[in-house]
Ligand binder design. Structure first.
Ligand code: PMT
Length: 344
């Protein structure tokens, strides 16, 4: 049985070889055309060609053998290093729950999944037993010097194990890691360009929490920032806006595919308006809005023609129903309509 396809290298140690380079022009505050400037002024991660090969083989395998639809799920938060030899970085709250859970429901519904995730965030299947929910030892019991699964958990674990084994046997899950926002952007671009051949059967489900601000390479300190760099005991850090890549993704990198982006807000009064603005700005198909406080129990689907909520009932919440089990079939319905309207 082939293993779940996990690329064997780590992204949590960004390249340290490139020292600060003052020849690179200053990165101006973001304008619409800044996506291209970004790629001119920032180097790709050294491992990118290997990842591109993995993605190409995965796509080729499913084109030739299974004809499955392929979804790229992004998941977890990107980091913004404050130093090139990174000791400190800016991070965000996302644990990758939405992405990992959604990936499982896409797999269950027959999709092949490229899972572009923050390294060490939650993964499909193992998320059920991760350190962020339970210690895996809690699921074990000792019996005459042997370790067994506690009978309380066997039924549920067997279900997860079967699905996990099926994903392995069918080669339907490709795990691709990122840590920094630079690694995320380069990998997303490469993956999208490879998926271009799939036309409307490709789906992008962008659940990652992508940094909105970063320090351009031209201003990044090579070594750990010293306390001598402070002025009157205050450290000043100037962040620039990360260009929004959604328009490049939709219009160029994977033109013809269907795109689902997420909108996260904390104020319910502006959520739908912000989602509608995103649709108008990027001309894609669906924005799923969620509030930080209630994101596990309710989301709103916003399309150019409509907006409607999916909400778990009190009973469903008590029964630990996952909202992604409602969301993904609905996303797939939109994707099927998209394919019918845009045959390859
Ligand atoms: O991981 P969990 O704890 O389960 O949390 C899930 C979640 C709340 C993170 C998820 O459901 C979610 O809402 N993700 C998107 C949050 C976000 O970063 O929103 P945004 O407004 O910054 O970005 C909107 C969209 O544009 C996103 O789909 C993002 O992938 C994309 N984007 C963002 C920044 C950028 N420079 N380029 C982009 O393309």
């Amino acid at each position: 049985m082939s293993p779940i396809h996990q690329v064997q290298f780590h992204t949590s140690f960004p390249d340290t070889s490139a020292a600060i380079d003052r020849r690179i022009p200053e990165f101006a505050p973001a304008h619409i055309s800044d996506e291209d400037k970004y790629f001119r002024n920032h180097e790709p991660p050294a491992y990118l060609p290997e990842i591109e090969k993995e993605i190409e083989q995965f796509i080729q395998f499913h084109k030739e053998n299974t004809n499955r639809r392929i979804v790229l799920v992004t998941s977890g938060g990107t980091t913004v290093p404050l130093e090139n030899n990174t000791v400190r970085f800016i991070d965000n709250f996302s644990a990758g729950t939405r992405g990992a859970t959604s990936a499982e429901y896409f797999l269950e519904n027959g999709y092949a999944v490229i899972f572009l995730h923050r390294e060490y965030s939650l993964l499909p299947y193992s998320r059920h037993y991760s350190h962020s929910t339970n210690c895996f030892l809690d699921f074990m019991t000792e019996n005459n010097g042997k370790i067994e699964i506690n009978s309380k958990y066997t039924e549920e674990m067997l279900l997860v194990l079967r699905k996990y084994n099926q994903a392995q046997a069918n080669n339907t899950l490709l795990l691709i890691p990122f840590t920094t926002v630079n690694q995320y952007l380069y990998t997303l671009k490469s993956a999208a360009e490879k998926m271009h051949v799939l036309g409307s059967t490709a789906l992008f489900y962008l659940a990652a929490a992508v940094s909105d601000f970063f320090i351009p390479k031209s201003r990044l300190s090579e070594h750990k920032i010293q306390s001598s760099a402070t002025v009157d005991g205050q450290l000043q850090i100037n962040l620039s806006q990360v260009p929004k890549f959604l328009s490049r993704l939709v219009d160029n990198w994977a033109q013809g595919a269907m795109f689902v982006s997420f909108k996260l807000e904390t104020d319910s009064n502006i959520l739908i308006q912000k989602a509608t603005t995103a649709l108008e700005r990027y001309h894609h198909q669906l924005v799923i809005g969620n509030l930080l406080q209630t994101r596990k129990n309710e989301v709103v689907f916003v399309t150019p023609n409509d907006s409607h909520w999916i909400k778990l009932t009190e009973d469903e919440i008590k029964d630990h129903i996952e909202i992604e089990s409602r969301m993904i079939p609905e996303v797939i319905k939109h994707h099927s309509e998209w394919i019918t309207q845009h045959p390859n």
